[in-house]
Design a protein around this ligand. Structure first.
Ligand SMILES: Nc1ncnc2c1ncn2[C@@H]1O[C@H](COP(=O)(O)OP(=O)(O)OP(=O)(O)O)[C@@H](O)[C@H]1O
Ligand SMILES: [Mg+2]
Length: 504
């Protein structure tokens, strides 16, 4: 049997959107097959069709798994056929233990009672497989996004999976977690498991994949062998045009200090004895992009969340905005003082998923679109439409529910909402996570434009090329302190990594 999976002429429509248009997609046994395409190209939708989330009858076309016609009515049917999907947005239950999550709905039972000892014993085994040495009774919500992702993979492995689908699995992983994952996938491949890998990170795709299929606007553009193409070929197939430059660096001319943070410490939300940020000092100037690099868990997000008034844990220190000491007690207060924060976790602080694009964009900006307390709908439309155009957000209309947008397009709405608040200081925490290469470029251009207009930007990013490509100055965080400050001229991947890992 050459192909373990054949999807033929798959068409899937939503009201007003043809998400998939006669898509063909074939995967061989024991290969890693990357699925690439811009935000909204249809990658996740195709995988939802395959994994039974969209049941037979809700799309047209054929699916053949291992030579047999597959008609999945529910997710469980697909799982029984050996297909497991790990979704783009994490789906673990936060207040359950890691072990409970791994065996959710499949708990080992005897006489109808759950066998907790054996559940946790088995769970520990799978956790080890993905390099997690935590206790299986750890509460899932206390883990970082990266670790939760690895738990999802452990869960997938614990099912007898023949085709493993990973929808942007490394978006939130640290370098070492990515290494672990790559190792696991290579091992699965040699055991004959097929893997469908969705990622916007070209280096990863090229490192891992055997075959690459490119989707654009809901259609299959081409399937290519990794060895027969280079990154730029794939990007050109994705965006339908040449993209010569990845980072639009322009020389900025930083002005006066707008944000000054002194003797700043932050304690953990869930462990008030432990510091996550230990007495840091930094300044930010109008018209500059300050990059903050560091490994996941170094405290970067806690630092900016706490400055923004969005962190529950205790903090201490002084924050000055334009020379004036402020005591930011809440998000609302921070916005009023001219701060804006685009968070890494869009579900938690970013979006109201069941509201439309327009409302999500204007939500923190109601004063800008209302007069005497009433919302001017025309203003609201005009303002949100501007950003949909500038960021090329793929949405059927401004009234489309945000939850139905593709992952990358949701991220664009988060950005739009904060860009609109016209802040003095814009803090971006992993701003381009899950965003395709073309749209990244547009976001970088927009950042430059804002900086030119006098905004100061702090950008936290785990993608070193992005930090190097866009920052005027880089602070490298290591275990809650700034280990090093680098001007962009002197910064390299090597000296950033060295400082981030505690090297001298
Ligand atoms: N439940 C839904 N209701 C309406 N439209 C939807 C729904 N799910 C997806 N779409 C639309 O279908 C198109 C394809 O979306 P999909 O999520 O498959 O894109 P994607 O390739 O995974 O993009 P990304 O890289 O941003 O994750 C988009 O235009 C999206 O808005
Ligand atoms: Mg997607």
């Amino acid at each position: 049997m050459e192909y373990i999976l054949e999807m033929e002429q798959i068409t899937k429509e939503f009201p007003g959107v043809k998400a998939l248009d006669q898509v063909s997609f074939k995967v061989k046994k024991g290969e890693i097959h990357a699925l690439c395409g811009e935000n909204g190209a249809g990658k996740s939708t195709l995988m939802k069709v395959l994994s039974g989330l969209y049941p037979v009858g809700s799309y047209t076309g054929n699916i053949v798994v291992d030579g047999k016609r597959a008609e999945f009515r529910k997710i469980r049917d697909a799982e029984n056929a050996g297909i497991t999907i790990i979704h783009q947005e994490l789906a673990l239950v936060k207040d359950m233990t890691v072990g409970e999550n791994i065996f959710l709905g499949r708990e080992p039972k005897k006489w109808g009672t759950i066998q907790w000892d054996s559940l946790y014993f088995e769970a520990a085994k799978w956790l080890k497989m993905v390099g997690l040495n935590m206790k299986p009774d750890t509460i899932t919500g206390s883990l970082g996004i990266g670790q939760q992702q690895l738990v999802e993979i452990a869960k997938a492995l614990s099912k007898n999976t023949k085709i493993l689908i990973l929808d942007e699995p490394t978006a939130a992983l640290t370098e070492s977690e990515v290494e672990i994952l790559m190792g696991i996938l290579n091992e699965l491949r040699s055991n004959g498991v097929s893997c469908i890998y969705i990622s916007h990170k070209m280096p990863e795709v090229f490192r891992l994949a055997d075959q690459i299929t490119i989707l654009r606007d809901g259609q299959t553009i081409k399937t290519v062998n990794k060895h027969e193409v280079v990154e730029d070929d794939v990007i050109a197939l994705m965006v339908g045009r040449e993209l010569t430059e990845r980072y639009p660096r322009v020389a900025h001319d930083p002005k006066e200090v707008v944000l000054e943070v002194n003797n700043y410490s932050v304690w953990k939300e869930d462990n008030p004895q432990q510091k996550v940020i230990d007495n840091v000092n930094f300044t930010l100037r109008r018209g500059e992009i300050l990059g903050i690099a560091g490994l996941m868990g170094a405290g970067r997000s806690e630092l900016v969340m706490s400055i923004f008034g969005a962190y529950e844990g205790r903090w201490e220190g002084t924050v000055k905005i334009e020379g004036k000491t402020v005591q930011l007690k809440s998000i609302k207060h921070a916005i009023k003082e001219g701060l804006a924060l685009v968070t890494e976790d869009r579900k938690r602080l970013g979006l109201v998923l069941d509201m439309d694009v327009k409302k999500n964009t204007t939500l923190p900006n109601l004063n800008k679109v209302s007069r005497f307390g009433t919302i001017n709908e025309n203003e609201e439309i005009k303002a949100s439409d501007k950003f949909v155009k500038e960021l090329r957000t793929k949405t059927a209309s401004l009234e489309t529910t945000v939850g139905t947008l593709s992952g990358g397009n949701q991220q664009k709405v988060v950005l739009a909402k904060w860009l609109m608040s016209n802040p003095k200081v814009l803090i971006l925490d992993e701003p381009t996570r899950g965003i395709d290469v073309g749209a990244k470029y547009e976001i970088y251009n927009l950042m430059n434009q804002l900086v030119e207009n006098g905004v100061a930007i702090i950008m936290i990013s785990s993608e070193l090329p992005e930090v190097l490509g866009m920052s005027d100055r880089i602070l490298v965080m290591h275990e809650g302190s700034f280990a090093r400050e680098l001007r962009y001229e002197e910064a390299t991947q090597e000296n950033i990594m060295l400082a981030a890992t505690g090297g001298k």
